[in-house]
Write a protein that binds this ligand. Sequence first.
Ligand SMILES: [Ca+2]
Ligand SMILES: [Ca+2]
Length: 359
Amino acid sequence: MKKRNVLSYLSISLVWVATVGLGACSFIPGFKGPALKTPRLLFDLPEKYNAPDGMCLTPDGTIYLSMTNANLKEYPAKILKITQDDKLVELCDLPAHPETGVACPLGISLGADGNFYVADNQSFATAEPNKARLFRINMQDGQVTGVDVVAVGFNMSNAVACRGDFVYVTETNLDVTKKPLPSGVYRFSMEELRADTPVKVTGIGDPHLIVQMETVTEDPALQVGANGMAFDSKGNMYVCNFGEASIIKVTFDSQGNVATQREFVRGKGMLSTDGIFMDANDVIWVADFIDNAVHSVDTKTGKVTTIARNGQTDGTDGLLDAPSEVCVRDGVVYVSNIDLTHGPNVNDRPYTMSAIDLN
Ligand SMILES: [Ca+2]
Ligand SMILES: [Ca+2]
């Protein structure tokens, strides 16, 4: 759709909502509009924690958090814990890339082997391709015993999801020279991820690349491909196509091969699909970076519900400030405001995380 068409469509829609939609709703007894929730300030972060991103919830109720620190790179990236009483505790530092001098953790997931797997997205540190990596944080009795680089050669490793004996990693940009932008999902067996000989991925044609997609858009702010990723309770995989504001559903056959891949949901109030979290009821929670919003998507119906949304803000009051990841614990949506300068967003102090109380 051309921009002018979009605008005229929007104005017609708004007039319709104003005159017909709201008018009709107000005559339905007990009707409550789609009231948005107001996020609260969870953390006013110190400068040493200036860009929060990936989260994962572990069975003991701890949230593990990637502090990628892309906004002030003089502070080293870390993995933190958000304790059950919402205290921030450092877990570990991460090995800096020998060429860029920094680590840039994004997605994090706990493997069946008890170790954490973390994407090291080096595109924040260099324009050179193929520098991004995958870390394994080796754990023993709740303590870190070491961090290994177990896969290399990504352009922009992003989300990580572990399921069974496999580790899945989204590659947001398979080839910077191609348009439409190609992206996808790599799958590794834990067995092949070895510290002494890291797997080297090679992009299109690599047998690890089990899902490929394209992002069709002319908007430079939306040239972002495969992003958030999660599995439902039945083992189906959901992958965000950020720039198309969509989520792809992937099913597997009994041998573990991809059986089907299709667009599950697109738009419906979402302007981008960044990090996602799958809750125990198979509801997907979506961080909408471009629109400063959080949505939920029912995997049974595809219905999208916008939970919170706000305009441009610096985040002072806890409003959403370029949110990139969500995690739901005990009726609270934890939101990382990565706050990168990108598209409509401007990186600004303070650096924050938000919380949305669902009850
Ligand atoms: Ca901010
Ligand atoms: Ca901002």
